[in-house]
Design a binder for this molecule. Structure first.
Ligand code: COA
Length: 150
């Protein structure tokens, strides 16, 4: 299993995202209420991490530079490869990238998404805000850097 980091311009980014969506997420994202919408990914500095097994993509993490920090736009692992540490590995890589850039990482996680919450909390993220009605949370790593960069 390998994780590749791809930084791509807008046009190519959409092509790659379509490909990844078709191969990885259709079967598990809809079930989890997630929908893919890459319209917000506009800059050529956006980052895509792709986990692959013998050349076949099995997971991805799209990361957007947002408000000076990195925002985990989506992270998903193909169903039959879930719960094997691949999501955690991709998120660790995203954290490494943030550290290289001396910045913070944020993400939104649905209240019902237990696996995702565990993954973020295990890697040191803190829930720093919560929607009162839904319990959906805003998670962050390196909040001190958030303050510094503001
Ligand atoms: C969320 C997701 C990316 C996690 O990736 P993963 O490779 O399966 O996760 P990992 O194997 O690294 O495990 C991370 C933690 O989640 C837990 N976990 C994984 N699958 C789980 C499940 N089905 N139920 C409960 N916990 C689960 C693991 O046990 C681990 O926690 P632990 O070490 O404390 O036991 C993956 O489940 C997924 O693609 N889900 C669908 C898309 C999605 O919801 N994305 C997140 C949007 S914020």
């Amino acid at each position: 299993m390998e994780i590749k980091k791809i930084e791509i311009g807008t046009n190519y980014f959409y092509q790659v995202c379509d490909y990844i969506e078709n191969h990885i997420t259709k079967e598990n994202l809809s079930k989890n209420g997630g929908t893919l919408n890459y319209n917000n990914l506009t800059y050529n500095s956006d980052i895509l991490l792709v986990a692959s097994d013998n050349g076949i993509p099995i997971g991805y993490n799209s990361i957007v530079k947002y408000n000076k920090g990195l925002y985990i736009y989506q992270i998903a692992v193909k169903k039959e490869y879930q719960n094997k540490g691949i999501g955690t590995l991709m998120l660790k890589k995203a954290i490494e990238i943030a550290e290289e850039q001396n910045t913070f990482v944020t993400a939104h996680v649905m209240n019902y998404n237990i696996a995702s919450q565990k993954m973020f909390l295990n890697l040191g993220f803190k829930k720093i805000d919560e929607d009162e009605k839904t319990g959906n949370g805003f998670y962050a790593l390196n909040q001190l850097k958030i303050k510094r960069n503001k």
